[in-house]
Design a protein around this ligand. Structure first.
Ligand code: GLP
Length: 259
């Protein structure tokens, strides 16, 4: 796992956007795995800037979102369909037909989940999966105790996650209990993962994910098995890492072919 510590959230977003820009420029028809929540907001803002000011072209890119709430229509302001539209899609030149988000209104959820997995496969797999992390170490909506081999399926949210996501709804009681989420196995199949985090409130989850044992109680720790995961975090989120000086040294002294 490559761990990169940056001064603040702005620097985290800039570095992450640069990596994505490089990939999209090299492979215009790449498949991006997209995330929601407050963490990627600055990254999306930066990618929109790259599109508007530098001409970054998303027209051939396909995207697959990690998750969606069950029972929310795509026009519901709390839905991730709406989030993606508001914070990213409507500002860039993504082809709507190439954007994919699980359908939380599907009548048959197991079939929707299977079809979502099949679509990812048919596109050739996800090249780069963007991730945030929950305070309890969840990725996507894979709550603690999720199988580390899980695929896209329905999950039940914990009260902590419902509370933390209530800021996207008018009232906490509106936050659904059920979601469709890519599984941990689905995420691990991505060719590379890029996890972002900032703020002190994420420090424990980050330390458990990077330096703790692999455990389904910290779903993000499964990324220790992934051969190409980059974690970009700010100083506050890095504050509980025991080996932060080592990670800093590694990043500051990258061999020229890697820099
Ligand atoms: C939700 C999302 C996750 C996200 C997590 C953290 O549960 N499904 O993908 O990483 O929240 O959210 P935030 O970035 O708002 O802290």
């Amino acid at each position: 796992m490559e761990v990169i510590i940056q001064k603040d959230a702005e620097m985290v977003a800039k570095l992450a956007a640069n990596k994505i820009m490089k990939l999209v420029n090299q492979r215009p028809n790449c498949n991006l795995g997209l995330a929601t929540g407050t963490t990627p907001l600055k990254l999306y803002a930066e990618l929109i800037r790259c599109h508007k000011e530098l001409g970054l072209d998303f027209s051939k890119v396909s995207s697959f979102n990690l998750d969606e709430y069950v029972g929310l229509d795509s026009n519901h302001p709390g839905s991730y369909h709406c989030y993606m539209q508001e914070h990213f899609f409507k500002h860039v030149n993504m082809d709507k037909k190439k954007t994919h988000i699980p359908n939380g209104m599907a009548k048959n959820i197991p079939i929707e989940c299977e079809a979502y997995e099949a679509k990812i496969k048919a596109c050739g797999g996800i090249d780069l999966q963007i991730l945030g992390i929950g305070h309890d170490g969840h990725i996507g909506f894979n709550e603690p105790s999720s199988s580390l081999g899980s695929r896209t399926r329905i999950k039940t949210l914990t009260e902590l996650t419902r509370k933390n996501n209530a800021c996207f709804f008018k009232r906490e009681k509106e936050v659904p209990y059920h979601v469709i989420t890519m599984g941990i196995g689905t995420i691990l199949d991505s060719k590379s993962c890029l996890l972002l985090a900032f703020g002190e409130s994420k420090a424990q989850a980050i330390a458990d994910m990077i330096e703790g044992p692999v455990s389904s109680m910290v779903p993000a720790s499964a990324l220790q098995f992934h051969p190409h995961t980059t974690v970009i975090i700010d100083e506050a989120a890095a504050s509980m890492l025991k080996r932060k000086n080592y990670y800093r040294w590694v990043f500051d002294n990258l061999p020229h072919w890697q820099a």
